[in-house]
Design a protein around this ligand. Structure first.
Ligand SMILES: [Zn+2]
Length: 197
């Protein structure tokens, strides 16, 4: 769903992706990027609808249509635009919208937890690979060796031994990153061929 469909219906809830996109544009796009006042407004509506969605997901099915509070214990409350008043019966559309919001939030939470678990497993596999790998003192590493970086064997492009940041050690440059090691550090390293005659 896009920001424009969020404008169409009160209970046409934006997804987390819609919210993220809108939030990103509001934060980083400006007039120089051809971003118009209309897009700005549409994104603000999407962000507001997303927050309404999250509140709706946590409101009881039969909560007050204005504030989400359960009928029991509602009493007299301030409702924006209405002033003080009692519990207001939610429409069937709002009850249904709350169910949809609850499912959306539950699905996003489940996806987030699965992503976190997968990430933790991946990081653990990197750590295991480092424990299993052959090592070499940083002093011995040279260009062409392969060092283990986040689970991936990467070629050493060059070795800088003169950086003051790692006295006695070295900075090892890989395709994507440079890593500094202190003197004597044992680095997971492979040399090909492993044994020279
Ligand atoms: Zn209320």
């Amino acid at each position: 769903m896009t920001a424009t469909t969020a404008l169409r219906g009160q209970y046409d809830w934006p997804t987390e992706q819609d919210y993220g996109d809108a939030h990103y544009r509001l934060d980083f796009y400006g007039p120089d990027d051809g971003y118009t006042r209309e897009q700005d407004t549409a994104d603000e509506v999407t962000v507001a609808a997303y927050h309404r969605r999250n509140r709706a997901a946590h409101a009881p099915q039969n909560g007050c249509s204005e504030c989400g509070m359960d009928r029991h214990g509602h009493g007299q409350r301030w409702h924006e635009g209405l002033g003080f008043g009692g519990w207001v019966e939610p429409t069937d559309a709002l009850r249904k919208a709350r169910t949809i919001a609850r499912r959306m939030v539950a699905a996003e939470t489940a996806r987030y937890r699965a992503d976190q678990a997968a990430w933790r497993a991946e990081v653990a596999s990197w750590a295991q690979a480092e424990r299993d790998a052959p090592t070499m003192p940083v002093e011995d590493i040279r260009a062409g060796d392969r060092v283990l970086n986040h689970g991936e064997w990467m070629e050493v492009l060059d070795v800088d031994r003169d950086r003051p940041a790692s006295p006695g050690g070295a900075w090892i440059r890989l395709a994507t990153v440079s890593i500094g090691f202190p003197a004597g550090h044992l680095v997971p390293t492979r040399r090909t061929p492993e044994v020279t005659p």
